[in-house]
Design a protein around this ligand. Structure first.
Ligand SMILES: [Ca+2]
Length: 488
């Protein structure tokens, strides 16, 4: 009966009456009793739906589609000043929703960044501080081979509250290369999954070989995001009357850049998997697919009850002379802003205001778990809530400008042998950082090499204030070093 009632909350009262079994009242009952039973079910269905509307339950359980783009740049989007190619679809998303300018990911590289999205915790707490690779490589980095399936999981919490859940796209929190014992993605709270070679669940149509892509793949590299968008829309179509949570995590715009033959010709691109012309073709197609996603939601009648959140997992590589970071210092693999500050677009017609730019709220991917749970009406057990590094800033998704109360902390890499990146000296950061208010401090794990920046005045991190403001430097250094010492 409880499953039937949940369906009732999301359906109109006629559907609800059907769900409750109005058409299956036994014919063996006397006619009078049959009529009274049907009338009672109709009345009950009407009251169920009325109560759902009055309590806000109907509107409070939207679908959530979380788009995590691979290796994306602040300067890739037109709405953030990018000029590589027109990005009309993602710019439309910004015009029809909210664009954030102070959004951060949990790490400047895939695996720990994704761990932050999944767990609502700083990824170093789960011993993931770089990209997950071979077992030998992971050991050299002092990190785990995969995300502990006992770690908190956003999808698991949403599933427990009645959501249908799917992971579609790159995973990179375990599996691939010689790590053959990583738990299935389904262990992390997903009903369904489709993934790439860096996962325990590679889809055969995109993994003909044990590598990012192959010419033998049934779905070609340049059609892969379209494939993931199709799968996302299909999942939503197959779950009418049930709220859905979908990780749509494409592996564009990660190298190798392999545009379609037509786009390769349009941009006169050579066979250069990291070339700018190749990137232009990939970005144009990626933007087109994001438009297909939004249009598909409208065609399914789901646009006003689906929250779409678009961002990237870490900064770009290559940066093409920092045009892809819009001049921010750093890149992928760096704790300077170019590695961790990402575009964030929130599209939720009828709920999020149009054309809003939020320049005040400092939001991070570890805040997504508590914020999405709040929006979905999913409860977080108290013991788990106390462990989270993120906080509920869901008011920002409907146009508010909440102020965070917790600092943001990062660790990237555990030793200098494994982390001699990026190669450009000016982009290579210390490996621990903290942001508190407008201050950002970076330093080495042993407390040396502190650099202090006032991001409100100096977002490009050009003027180190560590010696000018010893009070702030001392306070934040102690905070960051003590945090680092407490990590497993
Ligand atoms: Ca990435």
């Amino acid at each position: 009966m409880s499953r039937r009632l949940k369906t009732c909350e999301a359906a109109d009262w006629k559907v609800c009456a059907t769900t409750l079994g109005i058409h299956t009242v036994p014919d063996t009952l006397p006619p009078i009793r049959r009529a009274w039973t049907r009338l009672a079910l109709l009345l009950f269905a009407f009251l169920c739906v009325l109560c759902g509307h009055l309590s806000g339950a109907h509107a409070a359980r939207p679908n959530i589609v979380f788009v995590l783009t691979d290796d994306f740049g602040w300067g890739d989007l037109g709405s953030y000043g990018g000029a590589f190619v027109p990005t009309p679809n993602l710019d439309r998303m910004a015009r029809e929703g909210i664009r954030f300018t102070q959004f951060y990911v949990a790490s400047p590289i895939c695996s720990p960044s994704r761990t932050g999205c999944t767990t609502g915790m700083f990824p170093a707490r789960w011993r993931i501080t770089s990209y997950l690779q071979t077992r030998k490589g992971n050991a050299a980095c002092g990190q785990a081979d995969f995300l502990d399936p006992e770690a908190p999981s956003l999808a698991r919490l949403l599933k427990a509250s009645g959501y249908a859940t799917a992971h579609i796209g790159k995973w990179h929190m375990g599996g691939g290369r010689d790590v053959t014992n990583a738990p299935s993605i389904l262990r992390y709270g997903f009903d369904e999954c489709i993934s790439t070679w860096e996962s325990p669940n590679p889809h055969p149509d995109i993994t003909a070989t044990n590598w990012i892509w192959s010419p033998q793949d049934k779905v070609k590299r340049w059609d892969r995001t379209a494939f993931f968008v199709d799968q996302t829309l299909d999942f939503l179509r197959r779950h009418p009357g049930q709220p859905c949570y979908v990780n749509l995590w494409p592996d564009d715009t990660h190298t190798p850049f392999v545009p379609s033959p037509a786009l390769k010709q349009k941009y006169n691109a050579a066979n250069n998997p990291s070339g700018e012309r190749n990137f232009q073709g990939v970005l144009e197609e990626y933007d087109r697919q994001m438009g297909r996603l939004l249009d598909g939601l409208k065609q399914l009648g789901l646009a006003t009850n689906t929250l779409v959140v678009f961002t990237g997992d870490n900064g770009p590589s290559p940066t093409y002379d920092h045009r892809r970071t819009a001049g921010l210092r750093g890149s992928k693999l760096s704790l300077y802003e170019g590695g961790i500050r990402e575009p964030l677009l929130v599209w939720w017609p009828g709920h999020a205001p149009t054309g809003r730019v939020n320049e005040r709220t400092v939001l991070t991917t570890v805040d997504l778990l508590p914020s999405f749970c709040q929006i979905a009406g999913a409860s977080i057990p108290g013991e788990l809530a106390a462990k989270l590094d993120g906080e509920d800033l869901s008011a920002a998704f409907t146009g508010g400008t909440p102020t965070r109360t917790k600092p943001v902390l990062w660790e990237y890499g555990r030793n200098t042998n494994s982390f001699a990146y990026p190669k450009a000296p000016r982009d290579r950061s210390p490996n621990v950082a903290v942001r508190e208010g407008d201050w950002k401090l970076l330093l080495n794990a042993d407390g040396s090499g502190a650099e202090l920046y006032d991001l409100a005045a100096d977002p490009k991190e050009e003027k180190d204030l560590a010696t000018e403001r010893p009070d702030v430097t001392k306070r934040l250094s102690e905070r960051a070093v003590n945090w680092r010492k407490a990590l497993p």
